[in-house]
Design a protein around this ligand. Structure first.
Ligand code: SAH
Length: 305
């Protein structure tokens, strides 16, 4: 695989015990506040253009992100793929995608997260919405999923890939649990594509990414083409990817604005240090997008029949 030195290391990664503990604690601490202000989707919204929007617009933009991802992968269009009946939501947060997809398709969905508080809340919401028979959540590691091979016709990873210390293992697990002919959707934060003469992103860019990694418990980043090469090397079909950075531009400014309200500030203070550290890093995400360093990416493929 013709990856660069830096992306090779970020693709292969290192063990993640400390990282996993940090991720679990960050989401244990902050998910209640996020739900309170933003609702049950912990991912970017998909917007038309860089215009300020109200909280309810942000919520519909988050739903739109799910819909856009499905149609990019080939669901809901002319040559529509078969409706998924058995879905896994890898890195499920408090289960917003799981419940949405289960309801939309009348499908069964299983979600996994590192955060016990998220898993519990996700199940509580599913039960309260009458989805308890079809939607199940548990604490489990995406790199060692508690599922047999070939089970899911849709493998969904919405903004969890950036947390995975070993991208190869992550992608192999997504493929392992996918049914033959199953669709894999990865929506994730990537760094910009490297030019042929580059081994890695530039030192200043690395510095910015490092600060973001420290705040959000992220390992090294890779580019979307790195994912594509990985999927090609594992013989996946119909591999597609896109840079959606321009469609998510209003998101972080809106998160910053919501943190600066009275409700936002008081909830932040109640959450604890990890959440405050995350909030302080929000302007760095905006800077990363503005500098074309951070690329909000979607990568999809099909496991051969
Ligand atoms: N997909 C959700 C949540 C995104 S937040 C949504 O769109 O609302 C990132 C999620 O990834 C968190 O739930 C976190 O626990 C999960 N995550 C990160 N690393 C993980 C790992 N190794 N295994 C399982 N889940 C992981």
């Amino acid at each position: 695989m013709a990856t660069s030195v830096s992306s090779r290391s970020s693709i292969e990664g290192v063990g993640g015990g400390v990282l996993q503990k940090g991720i679990a604690e960050l989401y244990d601490e902050s998910s209640g506040m996020w739900e309170d202000i933003w609702g049950d989707h912990m991912h970017h919204g998909f917007y038309d253009s860089d215009v300020p929007a109200s909280i309810s617009d942000h919520r519909s933009a988050q739903i739109r992100m799910i819909e856009q991802s499905l149609s990019f992968a080939g669901f809901d269009n002319e040559n529509s793929l078969k409706i998924p009946k058995n879905i896994v939501d890898v890195g499920c947060g408090i289960g917003g995608s799981s419940r949405y997809l289960a309801r939309k398709y009348g499908a069964k969905c299983q979600g996994i997260t590192l955060s016990p508080i998220q898993a519990q809340r996700a199940q509580e919401l599913a039960n309260a919405q009458g989805l308890g028979d079809n939607v199940l959540f548990q604490v489990a590691d995406a790199l060692q999923q508690p599922f047999p091979d070939g089970q899911f016709d849709l493998v969904w990873s919405m903004e969890s890939g950036e947390h995975m210390p070993d991208k190869t293992k992550f992608v192999k697990e997504l493929i392992r649990v996918a049914a033959p002919g199953g669709i894999i959707i990865i929506v994730t934060w990537c760094h910009r594509d490297l030019s042929p003469s580059e081994d890695s992103v530039q030192p200043q860019e690395k510095e910015l990414l490092k600060k973001i990694c420290d705040a959000y418990y992220l390992p090294d980043w890779c580019s979307a083409p790195d994912y594509v090469k990985l999927l090609q090397s594992l013989n996946m079909e119909d591999i597609k990817f896109a840079d959606w950075s321009e469609y998510v531009a209003p998101f972080w400014p809106a998160v910053v604005r919501s943190a600066l309200t009275w409700k936002g500030l008081t909830s932040l203070l109640r959450c604890g240090w990890k959440t405050i550290k995350g909030a302080l890093a929000m302007p760095l995400m905006i800077e990363g997008y503005k500098k074309n360093l951070i690329k909000f990416s979607i990568i999809t493929c099909k496991k051969p029949e």
